[in-house]
Structures are given as C-alpha cells and as structure tokens.
Design a protein around this ligand. Structure first.
Ligand SMILES: [Zn+2]
Length: 106
C-alpha cells in the first residue's frame, strides 16, 4: 500500500524560516482586497459653512472610507490642513487632488 503522506511543513523546516504566508496575512492590510472602497471627497462651499467673510479658500470633507468619520480639510492662507490631524493627514492629499482636478463645477 501507499505509505502514509508526510506532512510537508514538518518535512521542510526551512520553509518556515522568516515570514510564513499565515503571518504575512495577519500583518498585511487586506482591506484593499476585501473592501475596494474609494474615499469619499466632497468639496464644500467654504463661505456657506464657515461664514461669508472667511479667509478659507477651499473646504473639503473627506471620508477615507464611507463609514469613517469625515476629515474636514481647510485651505487658507496657512495652506492646506486637516482640522483634526493637521497638514500631514492623508485626507489633505485627497482634498487637494479633488480641488485641483477640476472635477468640481461650481
Ligand atoms: Zn485628518
């Protein structure tokens, strides 16, 4: 009869050195495969939201995912920044692209 199958993992210990596929899947962000959602970027009317005399040139609401809390991104004389996270927030990049992209028709 056929001899019992040897478990591959036990027979090849070198394959387990370093990062195994299981470890990688536990660490790597998998939401790109499971949730291929696009950020929601809404260009707002700064004067309507902040006030008619505001110095804010652009005001953009960004949701990195639809169910996330929105980031409010301001563009004024200080530059671009997220209300909650400052100028380095990823939402700032998305907001600038949206405004400069010219997809917003006022
Ligand atoms: Zn933010």
């Amino acid at each position: 009869m056929t001899p019992a199958r040897k478990p591959d993992k036990a027979a090849r210990p070198s394959a387990r050195r370093g990062t195994s596929p299981f470890d990688a899947s536990a660490i790597a962000p998998v939401q790109f495969d499971l949730f291929p959602v696009k950020p929601v970027v809404d260009v707002l009317d700064a004067r309507a939201v902040v006030g008619p005399r505001t110095g804010v040139e652009d005001l953009v609401r960004v949701r990195l995912r639809p169910n996330d809390a929105p980031h409010l991104v301001f563009h004024d004389r200080h530059g671009w920044y997220c209300e909650s996270h400052g100028p380095s927030c990823h939402a700032v990049t998305l907001a600038r692209e949206e405004v400069k992209g010219g997809t917003h028709v006022d």
